[in-house]
Design a protein around this ligand. Structure first.
Ligand SMILES: Cc1ncc(COP(=O)(O)O)c(C=O)c1O
Length: 390
C-alpha cells in the first residue's frame, strides 16, 4: 500500500468518525479525546478484512479446527523468520486467546508455588494486577532513568529473586517506554535470571512495531540458557490492530515446558477464537505491506512528537520511541497522576502513570497511533494545561 495515499487518507480522519466506530479507545471516555488503550486508529489490512468476510460468509461458527491451529503456527514461524530471523519449530508455537492468558498459565503451571513475580517498572498495567488474581505478589523493580534511556537495575533484580521471585516479566519492545532492548541489555538480565534459577515471561507483542535503525531480537534466541528459561508470548493483535479477535501465540522453546504445556494448558488453547485465527493467519501471511505502510505513518508521528514536545512540552523528557506506538511524558507539575488533570482541564484521556507502577508517578503514557492532526491537538492541549499550571 502506498504511504502517501495512506497518509492523505489518515490525516483527514476526524474524532467524530473515530468515535462513531465505537471501539474502546473512543467510547470508554466519550467526553475525552482518547490516547490511552493500545489500539490504532488506522483500521486493518485488506487481506484480513477479506479473510474475516470469508469466515462470516461460511456461516460456520464452530470450534477451532486442528488445521487452523497448525496454520497459525506455520504462519507465525514464517513471519518470525522473515521479520526477526527467528527459526522456530511450528510445534513449539501454541494458540492462545491473548498474551495475558500465557502469563496466567505460566504462573499457575510453571512457577514455584507461592513464588513472586519480578517486574521491571514502569510496566504494562495488567502485569501489576494480574498476579494477584493468581494469589501471587509482584515485586516492582523500578528501572533507572538516564537522559534518553531507562536501564535495568540488575542488583535490584537479583535482590527481587532473593526475596522469593521466580518469574521475571520482560516486555520487549517495552510498553510503555518504546525502547527496543539490545542484546547486551538482555544478556545482562539473562545472567541474573540464570544465577537465581529464574524463569522469564517474554512479552513480545509489540515486536512487529519497530522503527528503522532498530531490530527486534527475540529474547529466547539469545543463547541456550534463554531458550530454556523462557516462555515467549506474542500476537498479531498490536502490529495488525486485532486485539478484540482473541488470537495470540505462546512459544515454548524448552522441550520440558512444551510437554507440560500440552498436558496442562489445553483449555488455554481452546480460548483462541476462530475469527481470530483466520485474521491472524491472514495478518502474518499477507499483512506485511500494510504493516510497513503503517510503520511509515507511525514513524512520521513519532518524529512529529519530537518537534511538538520540544515546542509545547520541553520539560516532558520525551524520548523518541524505537518501537511501539507508546511513549511516556513526564509532567510532574500536574501532580502524581497528570492524566486526571488532563482529563478535567483539557478533555483528554491518556494512561495514568501510577497505573504503570510506582516508577510511573508524575508520568502519562501517550498512544500516538492516531491521525497526526489529532496528535498535534493533543500535545497542544497538554502544553496549555502545563503552562497554566506553571
Ligand atoms: C505489552 C502488552 N502485553 C499484552 C497486551 C495485551 O494484548 P492482547 O490482549 O492482545 O494479548 C498488551 C496490550 O496493550 C500490551 O501492550
Amino acid at each position: 500500500m502506498d504511504l502517501s495515499s495512506f497518509t492523505t487518507r489518515m490525516d483527514a480522519v476526524t474524532v467524530d468518525e473515530l468515535r462513531a466506530g465505537g471501539g474502546s479507545k473512543w467510547s470508554r471516555y466519550p467526553d475525552a479525546i482518547g490516547a490511552w488503550i493500545a489500539e490504532m486508529d488506522f483500521g486493518i489490512a485488506e487481506p484480513i478484512t477479506e479473510a474475516l468476510l470469508r469466515y462470516v460468509r461460511s456461516g460456520q461458527f464452530g470450534y477451532t479446527t486442528f488445521a487452523e491451529r497448525s496454520e497459525i503456527a506455520r504462519a507465525f514461524t514464517e513471519f518470525a523468520d522473515r521479520r526477526y530471523g527467528w527459526t522456530v519449530s511450528p510445534e513449539t508455537v501454541r494458540p492462545t486467546p491473548d498474551v495475558l492468558s500465557v502469563l496466567g498459565a505460566m504462573i499457575d503451571h510453571f512457577s514455584r508455588p507461592g513464588s513472586k513475580i519480578v517486574l521491571p517498572t514502569p510496566a504494562y498495567m495488567p502485569f501489576l494486577t494480574l498476579p494477584a488474581l493468581h494469589d501471587r505478589e509482584v515485586i516492582q523493580v523500578p528501572m533507572l532513568r538516564e537522559a534518553d534511556r531507562w536501564r535495568f537495575d540488575l542488583d535490584a533484580l537479583a535482590a527481587a529473586f532473593d526475596d522469593g521471585g521466580h518469574i521475571l516479566v520482560l516486555c520487549n519492545p517495552v510498553n510503555p517506554l518504546g525502547q527496543v532492548l539490545t542484546r547486551e541489555e538482555m544478556l545482562e538480565v539473562a545472567d541474573v535470571v540464570e544465577a537465581k534459577d529464574g524463569l522469564v515471561f517474554s512479552d513480545e507483542i509489540h515486536a512487529p512495531i519497530v522503527y528503522p535503525g532498530n531490530t527486534h531480537l527475540p529474547y529466547a534466541t539469545l543463547d541456550e540458557r534463554t531458550a530454556a528459561h523462557t516462555i515467549t508470548a506474542t500476537s498479531g493483535s498490536k502490529g495488525f490492530n486485532l486485539p478484540g479477535l482473541k488470537c495470540a501465540q505462546a512459544i515454548l522453546t524448552n522441550p520440558d515446558h512444551l510437554t507440560l504445556w500440552k498436558r496442562r494448558c489445553v483449555m488455554v488453547e481452546e480460548g483462541a477464537s476462530r475469527p481470530g485465527l483466520a485474521a491472524g493467519i491472514a495478518a502474518y501471511d499477507e499483512g506485511e505491506p500494510w504493516l510497513d505502510t503503517v510503520l511509515g505513518y507511525l514513524d512520521r508521528n513519532r518524529q512529529a512528537l519530537t518537534e511538538l514536545t520540544a515546542e509545547h512540552l520541553p520539560e516532558a523528557g520525551y524520548v523518541e520511541p524505537q518501537g511501539t506506538y507508546l511513549a511516556l511524558l513526564h509532567l510532574p507539575s500536574l501532580g502524581e497522576d497528570p492524566s486526571a488533570v488532563l482529563r478535567s482541564e483539557a478533555g483528554l484521556f491518556l494512561t495514568p502513570g501510577p497505573a504503570l507502577g510506582d516508577a510511573g508517578r508524575g508520568y502519562v503514557r501517550i498512544n500516538f497511533a492516531t491521525p497526526l492532526p489529532i496528535l498535534t491537538d493533543i500535545v497542544e492541549r497538554i502544553g496549555r494545561v502545563v503552562r497554566d499550571a506553571a
